[in-house]
Design a protein. Structure first.
Length: 259
């Protein structure tokens, strides 16, 4: 089963490009959910919303729609070793759990989070605090690409996030790794120039994929989907809604797969 969507849906620069100019913001998710069956909620990385907000979001999507919720920065970047931070995050997930619409939690760790023994111990603590949640980890540092990491993730049923991103030193290369019942792919774009040198965060994700670049992923997607129970595919090149066109192309290409 494929769940395809974009990394975030509530961008001001999508108004008048993807969303009709006069469509109220409160109707954006319902409009989005008419076309896609999944979305990454990225705003949870910056600040935790009210539980009531998550309940409203669940109600604006139809049956079968799933949310992948990004872990808060205190959990992945600041790495506060405080169980209450995780308890607060788990609390906001409950409306999605009760509605049967929580696909998984995405924990994206920064490039600075290298494969050290200390960081590995934090990962173990992190996963323990996340309890029974379906968890997917995105590493930004290629030092984590080793058998020890993959075996530990499989033993603990933790998903591995495959990525398409600039092929710069120590970033992750494209792969078809599956370490749990969840397959997960993120298309970040290949903007090498702005990946490290940018004034605004969106500049990193300002990239338009060529069809042949997306077609490169078809064998990997097929390999992932043969192993995973469900496969999430998200486009994160969100500037000016480029992600929408990316995921539309990917979704149309899925018909070519021989599974």
């Amino acid at each position: 089963m494929f769940y395809c969507g974009t990394s975030g849906f509530s961008y001001d620069d999508w108004a008048g490009i993807y969303y009709p100019e006069r469509l109220p913001r409160k109707n954006w998710l319902s409009y989005y959910a008419q076309e896609f069956n999944a979305v990454e909620l990225n705003f949870t990385y910056y600040a935790l919303p009210e539980v009531s907000t998550m309940k409203v979001l669940a109600g604006r999507t139809g049956e079968g729609f799933l949310f992948a919720v990004k872990a808060n920065q205190d959990m992945t970047h600041k790495r506060q070793q405080d169980a209450s931070v995780f308890e607060a995050f788990l609390k906001i997930l409950q409306p999605l759990v009760e509605a049967g619409k929580l696909g998984c939690v995405l924990a994206q760790f920064p490039y600075s989070f290298g494969a050290t023994s200390l960081n590995f111990e934090y990962l173990k603590m992190f996963c323990g605090w996340m309890k029974e949640s379906d968890l997917v980890i995105e590493f930004r540092n290629s030092g984590w690409l080793n058998q020890k990491t993959h075996d530990w993730m499989r033993d603990n049923n933790i998903g591995f996030c495959c990525v398409d991103e600039p092929q710069l030193p120590r970033l992750l290369p494209p792969s078809a790794e599956v370490t749990s019942n969840i397959g997960y792919i993120r298309f970040h774009g290949r903007n090498e120039t702005k990946w490290w040198n940018h004034e605004h965060a969106w500049e990193r994700y300002d990239y338009t994929y060529k069809p042949e670049e997306l077609e490169e992923w078809l064998p990997r997607i097929a390999q992932i989907s043969r192993v995973a129970g469900k496969t999430f595919i998200f486009a994160n090149n969100h500037w000016k809604s480029q992600a929408v066109n990316t995921i539309r192309q990917v979704r149309s290409m899925l018909d070519q797969l021989v599974l």
